[in-house]
Design a protein around this ligand. Structure first.
Ligand code: ATP
Ligand code: MG
Length: 423
């Protein structure tokens, strides 16, 4: 019998439930990951005990999803989701089933789960219970729906994106019937909320096989959830993604850049990206970083062709900020490889290796690259007789530009002198 090394907290929860006469198992992702030799992110429990029984048996619980039978059991500072065996009603909001009913049957509970590899349960007495061939599918690296795929995707279309996400995370293939059903029912993704879609796309992109995002295109799903992706160069996307660092903003920047390059109306660098990311309900900080990357790369290596590379690199650092230069260079490298792979011309003119060297020196020298580091501020200029307002900002930016060109300019005297001469 295959043994899983359950964490003590999980043993305690399973033992407590079983000692009280209920069935209880670790379920879903944790069992799957253990069988794959991976460390599970979290442990979920499925049980025949009703939520009120679970609450009675454990001193500290939180009603996280009590309507759907989920109680979080706290052990020390760790929470574990314990869910009563249930049968799902219709999914009308595409998020939660409209109604659920509890059942005493493990079979019934496992039937409602999405994929065979996610419908595995384990406890120390029974070992792994596998009612739908999930262990074979794990061995054969296959994502397959539990039951009739078309019905399962019809109930909750998000499962289509989950199939792609798991295929990316695990490096698995989607089984033929499941794949065909996903293509057929793809239109149903219209009903799924942007937040849920984003979560699955994020997980697909920050996986070991980010190129699986191109399945959206192959399966005709981008048309439904991300039409901007339809005309994007898929060769470029997959090649660039694989070469990029596993970081959400870099991976999204690759994807968004491909969208902009594939859409001729995307004249203004970054504008299409803003639109798409807004629709997907990105938080502002992440959105800003992705847009900064896309805009900066599309604008090309800043400065004139015949200008000293050190100056151009200071300008680049000034646009990006030091917190972004490293990831940006990784993006440039990946984009360069992606374009080459797709047989496209690289017109952006970034040479990551050269730029990296220069940036290192600029940083070591402590050269000023931002208004914060300028030897004068707005107050100094006002004292010099410059009027507060937009003109002031312009003057400060002009001074920064002068300092980017010549760091020796960054003294209070020299900068004020420049201002006075101009004034
Ligand atoms: P992860 O490692 O990303 O947490 P997971 O398999 O644990 O993967 P969860 O989203 O945490 O995925 O869900 C836990 C379990 O609940 C799944 O393994 C699956 O059995 C079931 N499940 C989750 N979402 C769905 C869904 N939309 N439809 C059917 N079953 C689902
Ligand atoms: Mg999970």
């Amino acid at each position: 019998m295959f043994q899983i090394n359950l964490p003590d907290d999980v043993k305690y929860i399973l033992n407590t439930l079983r000692a009280a006469g209920y069935e209880a198992y670790a379920v879903g992702g944790c069992v799957r990951d253990c069988l794959l030799g991976k460390l599970p992110k979290d442990w979920d429990v499925t049980t025949s005990a009703l939520p009120e029984d679970v609450k009675r048996l454990f001193p500290r619980t939180v009603d996280t999803g009590i309507k759907h039978g989920t109680v979080t059991v706290m052990v020390k500072s760790e929470g574990y989701e314990v869910t009563t065996y249930r049968v799902d009603g219709k999914y009308t909001d595409g998020r939660h089933p409209e109604s659920v009913s509890f059942t005493a049957s493990l079979d019934e509970d496992l039937k409602r789960r999405d994929f065979t590899i996610n419908a595995l349960v384990y406890n120390e007495t029974n070992g792994v219970t596998d009612l739908f061939g999930g262990t074979d599918d794990l061995d054969n690296k296959i994502i397959r729906c539990v039951g009739v795929a078309e019905e399962r995707f019809g109930e909750d279309a998000l499962r289509i994106l989950r199939a792609i996400r798991f295929s990316a995370q695990l490096g698995f293939e989607i089984e033929e019937d499941t794949y065909k059903a996903a293509v057929k029912l793809g239109g149903q993704l219209k009903k799924v909320s942007a937040e849920r879609i984003k979560t699955e796309l994020d997980k697909t992109l920050i996986s070991d096989n980010p190129g699986h995002i191109c399945l959206l295109n192959t399966m005709g799903l981008d048309r439904v959830i991300l039409p901007e992706l339809e005309n994007a160069d898929q060769e470029f996307i997959s090649a660039a993604l694989i070469r990029s660092r596993n970081e959400l903003t870099i991976r999204w920047a690759v994807t968004a850049l491909a969208m902009e390059l594939g859409n001729e109306e995307a004249l203004e660098p970054g504008a299409l990206t803003v639109k798409v990311l807004h629709r997907l309900k990105f938080d502002n900080k992440t959105l800003d970083r992705i847009v900064l990357f896309v805009r900066t790369i599309r604008n090309g290596f800043p400065g004139e062709e015949d200008e000293d590379i050190r100056i151009r690199c200071r300008r680049l650092a000034s646009i990006l900020g030091w917190e972004n230069t490293d990831d940006f260079l990784n993006l440039c490298e990946a984009v360069g490889i992606g374009l080459k792979h797709a047989g496209r011309k690289n017109t952006f003119n970034f040479v990551p290796e050269l730029i990296e060297e220069e940036l290192k020196k600029i940083k070591e020298n402590g050269d000023c690259i931002s208004l914060k580091e300028l030897a004068v501020n707005g107050k100094d200029l006002i004292e010099c007789g410059i009027e507060a307002g937009t003109g002031l900002g312009k003057t400060l930016n002009g001074l920064l530009e002068a300092v980017l060109k010549d760091p020796d300019m960054n003294t209070r005297d020299r900068l004020l002198e420049t201002v006075k001469n101009k004034g």
